[in-house]
Design a protein around this ligand. Sequence first.
Ligand SMILES: [Zn+2]
Length: 469
Amino acid sequence: MTALPGQAPQKSIRGLTPSAANGQTLALRGAILSFGHRLDSDSPQFQTFTDLAGHRSGLLFIPDGIVYIVDGLIAWVLPADEAVAQLPVDCPVHRYQDRLIMPGFVDTHTHFPQLEVIGRMGHTLLDWLENYTFPAEARFSDLSHAQRAAQVFLQELSRHGVTTASVFATVHPESADAFFKIAQASRLRMICGKVLMDTNCPKNLCDGSDHGMAQTESLISRWHGRDRLRYSLTPRFAPTSSPEQMRAVGALLQDHPGLHLQSHLAETRQELDWVARLYPHHPSYLDVYQHFGHLGRGTIMGHCIYLSDGDRRVMADTQTAIAFCPSSNLFLGSGLFDLQSALQAGISVGLASDVGGGTSPSMLKTMLDAYKVLKLRDQTLSPEYAFYLATLGGARALGLESVIGSLEAGKEADLIVVNPEATPLLAHRAAASESLSDLLSALITLGDERCIEACYIQGQPVMAQALGT
Ligand SMILES: [Zn+2]
C-alpha cells in the first residue's frame, strides 16, 4: 500500500502563509484527534487507516492531550503528562473532559444564498435551479438582504463546526462584498466568488457585455488575500457561460495563478446532454473547462458523478480537485459518486454540503450521506476516512493544507470540541462503543450541530451566542 495522494510536497498556492492573530497563549486539554498525518512516526499516538484505494494514512489520537496555541497558531500537541511541564505557568487551560478536540470542518462546495431554499422538494437539478434557486438568488441584488443572509450563513457554519468553506455567492457583486465583509469580521477562513453567468439564465441574473470581468477584477483587488479571505473565480457551470465568458475566466486565472476556481461538473445526465448540444466539438464536459484553461491546482469541481476514466486522468494530471456532495446528489436524485475510482486515479477529493441542493450544513450528516451513497456502489467508507475527507482531505482539495486541516505545529488553530454524548441517544450509543472507530461511526450516524460544543478560530473561542448555546 502507498501513502495517501497529496502527502508528498506539492506546489503551494501562491501567497498562502499561516495567518496569525494577535496575542495570547492558550492551551486546550481533552482527547486529541486529527486525520491524515504522515506515516513517518512510530509514536504510539499514531494509528493508521486506509482509504478506498488502499492508500494508508496516519491518525493522531491522544486520549488526554494538550494543544498549545501561540498567536493563533498551533505551537505543539502533546500528551498531557508530557505537556504540563512545558506549559508557561500563566497560560490559561480550557479543559474538555470526555470531549474530542479536532480540526474544524472544511466544506469544499456550498452556496450561501441558497440557505433559504434548503429542502424545496420535487425537482431534479435543472428544474430546481429555475423554480427555486434563481428566484432566491435574484433577491441578492439588495445589499442589505445579502448582508443578512451572509450573517446567518456564517453563524450557521460556526454552529456546525465548519471553519473553512468554498462558497458561491450570486451573480451580484454586492452578494460577494457582503459575504467577504462579514467573513472578515468572523475571522473564519473563507473562499468565495461572485457567480459568473451570461447565457441561458434569467435576464436579472445575467452578467453584462464584459462577461462580469470588471466586477470580478474589482472584487479580487478588494478581497483576495485580505486577512484569511481568498477569491475563487466562479463560473456557475458551462451551460450558463458563453464561450467568451469561459475564455475570459481562463485568461484571468492565467494572469492570477494564486486565485481559486470553483464550478460544477457532470452532476446529472440531463446536464451532460445539454453541454454536448452547446459544445458539440468537445469530446467531454470536462474538456470544455480544460479547453478554456480552467483546470489546475486550486480548481475544484462540484459533483463529478458522470466521468470517464479519461476525464479522471485529466483531473489527476492537472491536480484539479473534486467536491463530493452526497446529500445534494441524493436529494436531487442526481446519481452516486464513484469515490474509489477518483482515489485510484489520484484525484484529490473533499467533502461538501452543497447547500441548498444539499440538505444540511452539518459535515457529520454529510459524512453519513457519503457513507450511504458509497454503500449503494458497494464501496465502504471508513469513519476515519470520512473525518479525513471533512478535515485535511478538504483542505488539500482546496490547496490549503499548509495552513489548516490537521492539528500540526505551525497551522492555524481552527479547532472544534466535539461532544460524543450531546443527546441522550448518542450518550447511550457512545457508552456502548467498542473502539475509537466505533465511536466515530456513532457520531457520524447520530450526530449533528448539537455535538459541536465549542469552536475556536485562530485560537479564540467563537462567542457562545454564535454557537446558539
Ligand atoms: Zn453547487
